[in-house]
Design a protein around this ligand. Structure first.
Ligand code: ADP
Length: 320
C-alpha cells in the first residue's frame, strides 16, 4: 500500500430538489487500500459512489481520480473504475457468458479481447462453472459474482462496490467478503456498508458518513482509540423516588471530570436502583464513589461500559 491519494473527493454537495443528500463530503482513497464508506441507510453513501463513478453529477465539489478531474473527463475516469451498483441490472434471461460478452462490447472492448478477459475474470471471481448458466437460475451470491465480473472486465485499477453483500445469506456473505478481500490485493477498492463487522473484516480504513457529512475518517483502531479515550460508566444508586433520581443525577453531574450524565432506567430487583450513564474525560470512578458515599447514598453498581463497534458508531453519530 502506498500513501498516494488515488481518489480525492472534495466538498461534495448534492441536492435532490430541496433535499440535501450530501453537504460537503471530502475524503481520500489511497492507492492500493480498501476503504469502507460506512453509514446508516440514507446517509449518502450511494450518492457519493454515483458521483465518484460519474453516473451522477454533483451540485458542487470535485472528484479527482489518479489526477484526472471526473466532471471534465468522465470517460477517462470511467475507464479506470469498475462499479458494482447496489442493485446490478442483470438480465435474468441471458446466459452468464453472453451477458459478460455483451457488457464488454458495450464498454467498447474488441470481442476477442473480451473473451480473453472473461476467462481471467471468471477465474478470479469463481464463475468458471456457471458461465453457461442462465443468470436467473443463479443464487444471489453467484449473481453478485456476475456483477463483480462485469465491473472488472475492462481491467480497472479501482473498484467501487455499493453494499456488495446486501441481500445475501450468511454463507454467501462470507464468500463475497473473502472475494472482495482478495480483489483488494490488486485494486484500490471502495465499498459501502452499513455493517461495522463487515467493514472491520474487509477494510483498511473507514470513512463514516452520517446525514450527508463525514463524521470520522481513519483506521478502525484509530476510531476505537478515539472513543476509548472517553470513559463511559454505568452507575447504579439505591433510590426510592423521582426526586432522589434528580438529586443523584445532579450529584453525579457535579463530580469534577463528568461530561454528561443521563438517567437510563430504574430496576426494582433486588432493591430499587436508578441507573445513570456517565461520560468523563478521565477515570472518575473513585471520585464518584466518594461523592455518593458522602451524600449518604448507597452505591449498588459502578462499572465501565465497554464500547463495541456499535457503541463507537453511536457515539460518533449520536450528537449530530
Ligand atoms: P445511502 O446509500 O447511504 O443509503 P443515499 O445516497 O441513497 O444513501 O441517499 C442519501 C439521501 O438522499 C437519502 O435521504 C435519500 O432519500 C436521498 N435520495 C437519494 N436518491 C434520491 C433521488 N433520486 N431523489 C431524491 N432523494 C434522493
Amino acid at each position: 500500500m502506498t500513501s498516494a491519494a488515488m481518489i480525492q473527493v472534495r466538498d461534495l454537495v448534492k441536492t435532490y430538489g430541496d433535499k440535501n443528500a450530501l453537504s460537503g463530503v471530502s475524503f481520500d482513497a489511497r492507492a492500493g487500500e480498501i476503504l469502507g464508506l460506512l453509514g446508516p441507510n440514507g446517509a449518502g453513501k450511494s450518492t457519493t459512489m454515483k458521483i465518484l463513478t460519474t453516473y451522477l453529477s454533483a451540485t458542487s465539489g470535485s472528484v479527482t481520480v489518479d489526477g484526472i478531474d471526473a466532471s471534465s473527463n468522465p470517460l477517462a475516469v470511467r475507464a479506470m473504475l469498475g462499479y458494482l451498483p447496489e442493485s446490478t441490472p442483470l438480465y435474468a434471461d441471458m446466459v452468464v457468458y453472453d451477458y459478460l460478452l455483451w457488457c464488454g462490447e458495450m464498454r467498447g472492448l474488441a470481442k476477442a479481447d473480451v473473451i480473453k478477459r472473461m476467462a481471467d475474470v471468471a477465474r478470479v471471481v469463481g464463475l468458471e462453472n456457471v458461465m453457461g448458466q442462465v443468470i436467473g437460475t443463479l443464487s444471489k451470491g453467484y449473481k453478485q459474482r456476475v456483477g463483480l465480473a462485469q465491473a472488472m472486465l475492462h481491467n480497472p485499477k479501482i473498484l467501487i462496490l455499493d453494499e456488495p453483500t446486501s441481500g445475501l445469506d450468511p454463507n454467501q456473505i462470507i464468500e463475497i467478503r473473502n472475494l472482495i478481500r482478495s480483489l483488494g490485493q490488486n485494486h484500490t477498492l471502495i465499498l459501502s456498508s452499513h455493517n461495522l463487522t463487515e467493514v472491520r473484516q474487509i477494510c483498511d480504513r473507514v470513512v463514516i458518513i452520517h446525514k450527508g457529512a463525514v463524521v470520522a475518517d481513519g483506521t478502525l483502531d484509530e476510531l476505537e482509540g478515539r472513543v476509548a479515550s472517553r470513559h463511559h460508566l454505568i452507575v447504579g444508586v439505591q433510590t426510592t423516588d423521582a426526586h432522589t433520581q434528580d438529586a443523584v443525577k445532579t450529584l453525579l453531574a457535579e463530580t469534577p471530570g463528568a461530561q454528561a450524565v443521563t438517567f437510563s432506567h430504574t430496576s426494582q430487583s433486588p432493591v430499587p436502583t436508578a441507573f445513570f450513564d456517565v461520560e468523563a474525560d478521565t477515570d472518575i470512578r473513585s471520585a464518584l464513589f466518594e461523592r455518593v458515599r458522602t451524600a449518604g447514598l448507597t452505591l449498588l453498581e459502578l462499572r465501565r461500559k465497554s464500547l463495541d463497534l456499535e457503541g463507537i458508531f453511536q457515539s460518533l453519530t449520536q450528537s449530530l
